[in-house]
Each structure stands twice: as C-alpha cells, then as structure tokens.
Design a protein around this ligand. Structure first.
Ligand code: SER
Length: 888
C-alpha cells in the first residue's frame, strides 16, 4: 500500500467518526518550550491544557514531526528517522480509553477500509496499573498478548512541562525471523510499535527523565494518539526499514548513484546512505518551513543535519556538489503533499549551505591535518578534545567526520573532554535563552494566572487609551499574586482589556502608563508569556496600586507611532528587496523599534551597495505616492489566494490579519501581520538603509532608520562630511573623496620615508658599536641598548648590520631597546662564533632571568621581547658570562 493511501485511509477513518481534519502545522513550534514540533499533539497543547477552547471536540491530523534525540540511531536501526509524519486522532474531553482503543483496532484490522492486519499478529501494552485499559484490551486480545510496562515505555510526555499521561501501545509481530519470541517486552525490532494511544490526563512540571512533578489533573480527560506513517508503510510495503519505502527509496538510490556505490553491497556504506536520505529529507522539510541554517536553536539543528548528510556523501566518495539533485528527489516524493518544498528559496538556501560547507570542509581538512601532525609529533595518539571542539564549534566541522578521519589517521579523540566542552556551551546557551523569558521564569507559572484572569482583550488597533480593570498583580519572578504595590515597586499587571501591544512578530512592545486613583505607574514592557495572557511590566511611580481597581491604560503615543512607522517601513523593505532580487528574497526575521528597523532576508550572496541604494530609492518613491495602509481579517486560505506574504514557518490560526499597503485591488505590499502600522505611507517621511551584512550562511541583514531618525542620520552625515571637507580644504563636497585620497597617499609616502630615515639613524650607530666590541676569550662581544622606542624590526636590522660588519671574526652581538613597556632584543652571532660552540638561542636564554621571559630562535639568530628594561645591564652581564662560559 502506498504511503498516500495509508494516509488517506487514516484521515477518512477518523473523519467518518466525526473528527475535524486539521492540516499539519509548521515544524517550527509556536510553543516556546520546544524548538521544533516533536509530536502530532504539539499544535493542540493549549486545548489539552484548557488554555484555549478547541475548534472541535474531535480532531485528526497527519503532522510533520522532527525528532533528533535518537539521531545516533538513524540509519542503524530499521525504525528511527529524524523526520516522520505522525497520524493522530485527538479527543478534547470527548471520548477516552473506551473510544480510542476500538477506533484504533478497527482501522488496523479492517481489510477494505483499513490496513488489513492479521489480528493474531497484534500485541498491546498498557501502563503498569492501568487496569481500565487492560480490561478494554481483554475484550479484544488474549491475556498473553497484553503486556504491562513501566514509565519508560508506557507513560508519555512531551519531554518538557505540559500535558502527559499513561499510554497504551499497539505492536505488530514481524515474525520469528526478526527476533525472539516474548512480545514487545522482549524485542522491539521484531515487535514493531505501530501506534501509541496516550491518555492525557495530567500536567507535568519541569524535571529530568521521569522525575518531574505532576502539577494537576487536566481540566478534562483527553486522547492523543500517534501512528508513524513511515513505520506503517515499512510494514505494509514489506520492506526492511523505513528508508526503503516508496517515499524514501528514490532518495537513497540517488545518493548511492551520486556516490558511485550500490545500496546493499556494504553494510557500513548502507548506514551512511540511509543517514544521507534521512537527513536530506528532514533538512528540506525544515527549510520549506522557514528555518535557515545558523549556529543556534533550530537553525543549528538544520545545519547539523545538512552537514551530516553532506559529509556522509563526502565520506562515500562524492566530490561534486550533490545537494540540489538530492533535494530534487526529495521534492519528487514529498512535493505532492508538501508544495512548500517547491519554493525557489528552498533550493537556494540548501545550495548556499552546501557551498558554505564545502569551503568549511577544505579549510577544516587543512586544520585537521595540522592537528594530526602536531598530535603525532608530540608523541600522542589522542587528539585533544579542545581541538575537536574548536573544529566543530569555530569551523563547523562535523564531529563525526573528525572521529572518522582521526581513526583513519590512527588517532583516537578525547571524547570526554569534547563532551564536557559541548555541555558547557549548551548550558551557556540554555541560560541565555532563559534570560530572555519574562521575569526570567519558566512561563508555565503564568498558566494559573490565565485561568484566573481569562484571556486579555486587546483593543490597541483602534484606541490608545482605555478604562480597564486590574485582574491581577504579579511578582515577575514567580508569577505569584500580589495584593498591592507601592511606589518604586516593579511588577506584572494583568488587565481585562488593554490597548498595549505586547512584543511579538519582531515589533517591540508599547510603553506608557497606568493612571489609578491616587497614583500612576509606568508601563516599561509588555509580553505574552502564555497565549491569550498579556502581562504589563510596570514600575509604580506614585500611590498604591491595588488588585481589582479601575485604571486608565494610556499608551505612549509617540513611541507607538515611531514603532508603527518602523513596522510599515519593514513591509516596504521586504517588498522592495523582492522587487530588486526576486521572490526568493523573503524575510528571515525582523525588529521594529521606535524609528529603527532591522530586516533579515534570504539571499545566497552579499547584496551589492548599488542594489541597496536602488531599494532605498524605491521605498522612498513609494512613500511619496502616499499609499493607504489598511488591515483586514480573513481566512488563512483566502489570504493565500490573495497572495499575502506569509512568513514561511509561522503558524497562523484560521482567522488571519492581512496588512495591505496600497489599494486592495493591487496593493504594493500584502502580508499576514499582527503588528501596528501607520495609516498612509507618507507618514513615514523618509527611510534610509544603513548597512548590509551577513547574519548566517544565506541570510543577510539590513538596518534602517525611519522618519525623523532617518532625517537626523542624514543631517549628521552632512555635518560630518562638512567637517571632513574643511579639514582637507575642499570647497565642495564632490572634491572630498579626491582630496582624502591625496592625503592618504601622501601620508603613506611620508611614513615610508620616515621609516627609511629612522633605519638610517639606527644604522649610523653601527660603526661606533663595532668599535666598542670587547674581547671575551677571543670572541668579540657587542652589547648595545638602542634608543628608546626603537621597534623590533629596527633592533633586528641593527643587530644584523653589526654582525655583518664583524665579518670573519668570532663575534656575538646583542641589541635591545625599551619600547612601549616591552624589551625587544636580538642576539646574532657570526659563523666563526658558532664554530666555537656558541649558540644564539642559548645565549638569549641568559637574558630572561633579568628582563622577563619571552623569545626563541636558532643557533645563529635569536630574538624575543622581555618586559623589564631596568634589568638590561644585568642581562648584558649575564650574557657576557655566558659567552665566557660557553665558548671554547
Ligand atoms: N504524543 C504521542 C507520541 O508522540 C502520541 O501521539 O507518541
């Protein structure tokens, strides 16, 4: 049975049972506790928790899922993949175990509408004490095919705080040729898990493994099930593993062809091929959902997958670029269901990453070779962990590749040290993320507040002042309720209705104030810690603020206007870059602050300054046209039909807000957007773009100023230009570049001459110094302190000059100077001195004790820099003694 048919039957089965068919959400998780969607239930989490009412009591979906915890197993076992599709049915307080178990059983065993499994080959597991599920299964299966298992196998949570509960899993017995008897408890390669039915009834708190606390019973008893589509296809298509099913095999075969190997010929190569096929597909799906390769967060997950795939190809022998061809085969199999894969940006991002990786590989290999050579010459057979970490961290060289290449070179790697450094880095990143949350706290603490206060109504599109009621005062760290706050206190305030815009979609929050009987408080930040709840961070200026009072909530109008100008400008920048560079130049991120914006966009190469100027001109020209800016609400599907730019990877609910710049028939720019904007484009005044730079492979950044800030910037530049003009005596600004060039050229020439003169002065002393040579047991010794501030280069020139003048004689020359707190010095000896057994390197060593250590060299010439010029007389004496002692 083809994968599409398995999928169709799943959805049809549950639709017939009254479930709403919900399309897959983006892989980019909306949930702040997860980077990527890792289960079919993730988009439904607020319904399980009771934070939002569900769109229906029953739902079914086939959700895109990425899991990288098992990444080490990918390619090695038959059943682990980093990307897969999870078919699920969900009940939000509707049916429970008694519904979920028979619904699953019917689909698995029905021949014409389901998957036609032989009931004799199905097994079930239940959680240890779940007699209810056990009894339900007993009505279907004999006792010997039901197993009770512990928390590790039969208790499910997202791995982070959220809904959880005991589960029941259904297994298919692939037959004795695949392993021992004894059910799933004995062998999970033979007994393949096909379906997990989770009985969601608790909310868990934070904690590792299964050591988390259960916080509460969920408001209702729910069902969340997950059936791996690819795993089902593996069984129904009778293939060995999930890389060989209809939607994976073509990628696998192409990878083999590109590498010039045959799948099935060599087990080690097969593992690599499966890794390539798996990771390329996952990578493509992530890019199609708007993820770009970067060095942190989900961008890093993507980068790692792509680089592992590409280094796998390299290891298999492929030397030419392969990414686009592999992507094309992924598209062929996945494109019919996921048309976003066809967007040109997907190819350009993946090709860009391959290009970046190929140069990394070249550079990394060179660094790796040096590391190997140094390790070996140091007599060790273990590459140190810091080296491997630097290759990985600084140069993006995959650790796996380092391990393999090291093994080829006969070296092991200090893995413990590598892991320690990785952990250290991970902890730092985690702390950094935690910093950014409101009040530094796990946001789940805010959920009870939402329950108490209800969803905050936002009215800030229409009004900037609002009478409203304080429904909660909160401690910002713990989210605990406070009865009152007084002057100087900083706390969280929840209102029933608010005109304050909470930071989101790159737009900074409103500021303003709350006026209450007997006092005022400044609003200094506004956030949405959990969906639906707006929390104002305020500092009480005067009076006593009490929970329950009525306040006048007043948004700072000029800040709001300045942020709105920046946001409208960002839409124009987005549009104008696409006009200039083509439709692939889509937004990768943005910041809209008062009068200032930052816009990140996809582009495989740097954008020439001339293009940035064109874009700037285009935008300012649009401002002059004074286009109307307006917003309307519509459905997701209609917005797409109308050609609204939706940020790839952002998940929007069904009702979406669309912002148009220009008239509705043919707007200049149209985007899905929840932000605030000006009413007409001319209100922006002016936009200037400041700089263009790189943020990550394939992602560029421009910064811009808007309105008066743009004007002030231009005015400031003019003042600066005038200052430069008068400094170089230019009468018109056009003359400035040439004048400055002149000055720079003349300056360089003068510096060159000065250097020559300085060397002449230094050398002029050479003859006198030669005359000052003393005879130490037949060796001529010259010790000289050059004038203060003589640089290392001149010290050396002088020493060599003196040595040259001493010609055939056995002679030792030492020159030193006191320069910027350092003591640069050179010891040079003639060949005749060397014949007498003297060594410049060893003689120089005699200086260290007196002027501070630092230096090295060869037998004929050594140099260094000490730190204590006061020790020079003693150092020279020590050197003289050494000459006396060393020479024969
Ligand atoms: N959430 C469960 C899982 O991911 C069932 O959908 O296995």
């Amino acid at each position: 049975m083809k994968t599409v048919e398995i999928r169709r039957r799943f959805l049809a089965h549950f639709e017939a049972l009254g479930h709403l068919v919900v399309p897959s959400a983006s892989l980019v998780s909306e949930d702040p506790t997860l980077l990527l969607v890792n289960a079919g239930m993730v988009p439904f989490k607020p319904y399980f928790l009771g934070d939002l009412p569900p769109p229906a009591k029953r739902a079914t979906s086939v959700q895109k899922v990425v899991r990288t915890v098992d990444i080490e197993n990918v390619g090695k076992t038959s059943r682990h993949a980093s990307f897969f599709q999870m078919c699920g049915n969900f009940s939000f307080g509707d049916y429970f175990k008694e519904g979920a178990i028979p619904m699953a059983w019917d689909l698995l065993t029905s021949v014409d509408k389901g998957y036609g499994f032989d009931p004799e080959r199905l097994w079930a597991t239940v959680y240890l004490d779940d007699d209810e599920a056990y009894d339900l299964w007993r009505q279907i299966l004999p006792a010997e095919r039901i197993q009770r298992r512990g928390k590790e196998d039969n208790y499910w949570s997202m791995g982070v705080p959220g809904p959880c509960g005991p589960c029941s899993e259904i297994y298919f017995d692939r037959g004795p040729e695949h392993g021992a008897d004894g059910g799933p408890e004995a062998d999970e390669e033979r007994y393949l898990e096909v379906w997990n039915l989770v009985f969601m009834q608790y909310e868990r708190g934070p904690g590792p493994g299964y050591e988390y606390p259960i916080l509460r019973d969920l408001p209702a008893k729910n069902i969340d099930t997950g059936l791996g589509l690819e795993r089902m296809a593996t069984i129904l298509q009778g293939v060995e593993n999930l890389y060989e099913i209809d939607i994976s095999r073509p990628v696998l075969d192409l990878a083999a062809a590109l590498a010039g190997v045959r799948y099935g010929a060599d087990p080690a190569a097969d593992v690599s091929l499966r890794i390539v096929a798996d990771h390329m597909r996952t990578g493509a799906m992530l890019v199609a959902d708007g993820v770009s390769p970067t060095n942190e967060g989900r961008g890093y997950v993507l980068r790692r997958l792509l680089r592992r795939a590409l280094s796998g190809m390299h290891k298999l022998g492929a030397r030419d670029p392969v990414a686009l061809e592999l992507l094309e085969s992924v598209r062929k199999v996945m494109g019919p269901i996921y048309p976003d894969l066809d967007a040109p940006i997907v190819a350009s991002i993946i090709a860009g990453e391959e290009e970046a990786f190929r140069s990394t590989l070249t550079r990394g290999l060179a660094l790796f070779d040096t590391a190997v050579a140094e390790t070996k010459s140091g007599g060790s057979s273990q590459l140190n962990g810091a080296r491997a970490f630097a290759l990985h961290d600084t140069y993006g060289f995959p650790y796996e590749l380092t391990v393999e290449l090291a093994a080829d070179a006969g070296l092991s790697i200090d893995e413990a040290e590598f892991k320690r450094l990785m952990d250290q880095q991970r902890r730092a990143a985690k702390a950094d993320r935690a910093e950014r949350r409101i009040g530094n706290r796990d946001v789940s603490a805010y959920r009870p507040v939402l329950e108490r206060s209800g969803t905050t109504v936002f009215t800030g599109y229409e009004e900037l002042v609002r009478e409203s009621t304080v429904t909660a005062l909160l401690d910002l760290d713990s989210a605990a309720l406070l009865p009152a706050a007084t002057e100087g206190d900083e706390l969280g305030v929840v209102l029933d209705i608010t005109p304050f815009y909470a930071e989101s979609g790159g737009q900074e929050s409103d500021h303003g104030r709350l006026v209450f009987p007997g006092g005022t408080a400044d609003v200094i930040d506004v956030q949405t810690p959990v969906a639906g709840l707006i929390v104002h961070r305020v500092r009480v200026r005067s009076g006593e603020l009490l929970a329950g009072v009525t306040v006048s909530a007043e948004v700072d109008r000029s800040r709001r206007a300045a942020v709105s100008r920046a946001h409208t400008a960002t839409h124009l920048v987005h549009r104008a870059f696409r006009v200039a560079l083509g439709e692939t130049a889509t937004q990768a991120g943005s910041l809209n602050a008062p009068g200032r914006l930052r816009f990140d966009f996809h582009s495989p190469t740097a954008v020439p300054a001339s293009v940035v100027r064109d874009v700037e001109e285009e935008i300012n020209e649009v401002l002059l046209r004074d286009l109307p800016v307006s917003a309307f609400i519509t459905t997701q599907a209609e917005a797409r039909r109308l050609g609204a730019m939706a940020l790839f990877g952002e998940k929007y609910g069904d009702a979406v807000r669309v912002v148009d710049i220009g008239d509705h028939e043919a707007p200049y720019a149209r985007e899905l957007c929840g932000g605030t904007h000006v009413a007409r484009s001319a209100q922006l005044g002016a936009v200037t773009l400041l700089s263009e730079s790189s943020v990550a492979a394939g992602t560029r950044r421009v910064e811009g100023l808007v309105g008066l800030d743009a004007f002030r910037h231009l005015a400031r530049e003019r003042v600066l230009l005038n200052q430069v003009a008068s400094a170089v005596k230019a009468t018109r600004s056009e003359e400035v570049p040439e004048r400055v060039n002149d000055v720079v050229t003349r300056l360089r020439e003068a510096e060159r001459q000065l250097e020559g003169l300085r060397a002449d002065v230094v050398l002029a002393s050479a003859a006198a110094l030669v005359d000052s040579a003393r005879d130490i047991n037949g060796v001529a010794l010259v010790t000289a302190q050059a004038p203060d501030a003589t640089g290392a280069k001149d010290v050396r020139t002088l020493a060599l000059d003196i040595r040259g003048r001493l010609g055939e004689r056995a002679a030792v020359v030492v020159v030193a100077a006191a320069t910027d707190g350092k003591v640069p010095h050179v010891v040079a000896i003639t060949p005749a001195a060397r014949e007498r057994g003297l060594s410049a390197r060893e003689l120089r060593g005699a200086l260290d004790a007196h002027i501070g250590p630092g230096g090295g060299g060869k037998d004929d010439l050594a140099q260094g820099a000490g730190s204590d010029a006061g020790g020079l007389p003693a150092a020279f004496a020590a050197l003289e003694a050494a000459v006396a002692g060393q020479g024969r």
